[in-house]
Ligand binder design. Structure first.
Ligand code: F0G
Length: 437
């Protein structure tokens, strides 16, 4: 017979920040390191007391910090500290991260069919993906609760970010990744930054289950996106793009969706931004999944009547996930933003990627699901031609060099946008020959 779990310590009477279980509503102190909810195993999320000043005053505070060059306020995450983790204080561990560009590209806009399209390039973060935004907060919290070591399951980018931030903090890191299904750049980062790297014979969903069990057994702090502190950092993708737009919200924000941490974080950011008077209306979210790994899109088509699970297949290994952990939070994000969930094929992902890459911007395959999804939604008339659309590119082009070189050297059939390398002898005549001289 197992003993009933001890009741979670309640937060102090008037806290600035506390944790709430999304399933049973228990309120838990923000420094309780247990995950998930110790009472019912539901997902935890953070609540913050609204900042003393909202609206224009809060916008002015954030605007005054823009361009700060030193210290934690130079971070595109901690600039929004009031909305992220107001109580983090001296524990903050920042690279810094964030401050990613919002890019206009005629070539990508034309291909998508939205001339005003903007690309928020999260691949410009220190380890090359948006995960750094969550990890700075996650590792900060690990330090706060006195964690001995940190761990995560990952399709690669979370592992790279965890490995880097753990190394910066001097904490041992454990990462579990699916063997043979992680892009080369990401695996290289995890190894380079010194994480103990386990190649699990299974898929990402198996890794997540194992990480969950192992962290509990070994007393290691789990930093997957089930950890609510990670999501607080990822909210700043939205806050930063809103600030870059002068707090004038776009009509749509389009984001690739795998484990659904980002979708959930974006929804929370938008609802809070509206409640705190940073924006006067909530843009619609469009979450985009790969056709072969689309349990969330399947649930959406059924009106979210049931949670679906699939055996995932896609070239976009970052989002090759069949049983997304943040499902319930993401449902709320889609509902709160009157959002949609759509799918794109691997061919559409690879074509979108070739367009983004060919425009000189570059992104990894999962990221290309965002412009590919925007294109599909425009073709279907869900996104209208004059709508203002921001698509989030989640990872850097160098994350997955194998997919790039395979695409450009494929012969059967040769992809429309392939840029085949040409092998020659070391003679000028050969260069002239291939250049048509
Ligand atoms: N894009 C990239 C480049 C990613 O690495 C991920 C997730 C996503 C999109 C999907 O975001 O899970 O919040 O819906 N990568 C995780 C990882 C799963 O382990 O690196 P999500």
């Amino acid at each position: 017979m197992s003993a009933a779990p001890p009741p979670p310590p309640a937060p102090p009477a008037s806290p600035v920040t506390w944790q709430v279980c999304a399933s049973c509503g228990s309120e838990i102190s923000e420094t309780d390191p247990r995950l998930p909810c110790p009472r019912c195993r539901g997902l935890l999320e953070l609540r913050h007391r609204p900042p003393a000043q909202g609206g224009n005053a809060l916008r002015a505070t954030f605007d005054a910090r823009w361009g700060v060059r030193r210290g934690v306020l130079a971070s595109g995450v901690w600039r929004y500290g009031e909305a992220v983790l107001p109580t983090a204080g001296e524990h903050i561990l920042s690279y810094p991260e964030g401050n990613t560009p919002l890019l206009a590209s005629g070539a990508v806009g034309r291909w998508v069919g939205a001339p005003e399209l903007l690309l928020k390039h999260e691949g410009q973060n220190p380890t090359g993906s948006f995960k750094d935004r969550g990890m700075t907060v996650g590792v900060t919290q690990a330090r706060r609760v006195g964690a001995r070591a940190v761990a995560c399951a990952s399709t690669g980018n979370t592992a790279a970010a965890l490995a880097a931030y753990a190394a910066l903090a001097g904490l041992p890191a454990l990462v579990l990744v699916p063997k043979g299904q992680v892009a080369l750049g990401k695996l290289a980062q995890a190894l380079a930054f010194g994480a103990r790297t386990l190649l699990v014979r299974g898929n990402f969903d198996d890794c997540l289950e194992l990480a969950d069990q192992a962290s509990e057994r070994l007393g290691v702090y789990l930093l997957n996106s089930v950890n609510p502190f990670r999501l607080e950092g990822q909210k700043t993708i939205v806050l930063e793009l809103l600030q870059q737009l002068g707090w004038e919200p776009p009509d749509w924000i389009v984001v690739p969706a795998g484990n659904l941490g980002n979708t959930a974080a974006f929804g929370k950011a938008l609802v809070e931004a509206r409640a705190w008077g940073l924006i006067d209306r909530v843009p619609r979210l469009a979450a985009v999944q790969a056709e072969g790994a689309a349990p969330f899109a399947q649930s959406f088509r059924g009106g979210f009547a049931q949670r679906c699970r699939v055996e995932p297949h896609t070239v976009a290994t970052a989002i090759k996930i069949g049983n997304p952990a943040s499902y319930e939070r993401a449902v709320r994000a889609i509902r709160d933003s009157k959002g949609v969930v759509t799918t794109v094929s691997d061919d559409e992902i690879l074509e979108a990627k070739a367009v983004v890459d060919g425009a000189g911007i570059g992104c990894e395959p999962a990221s290309a699901a965002a412009p590919a999804g925007a294109r599909r939604l425009i073709q279907e008339g869900v996104i209208r031609l004059r709508d203002r659309v921001v698509a989030v590119l989640t990872g850097h082009v160098l994350k997955d060099p194998e997919t790039v070189t395979r695409y450009h050297q494929e012969l059967e059939p040769r992809p429309a946008r392939a840029n085949r390398p040409i092998e020659i002898e070391a003679r000028l005549a050969e260069v002239e020959r291939v250049m048509g001289g």
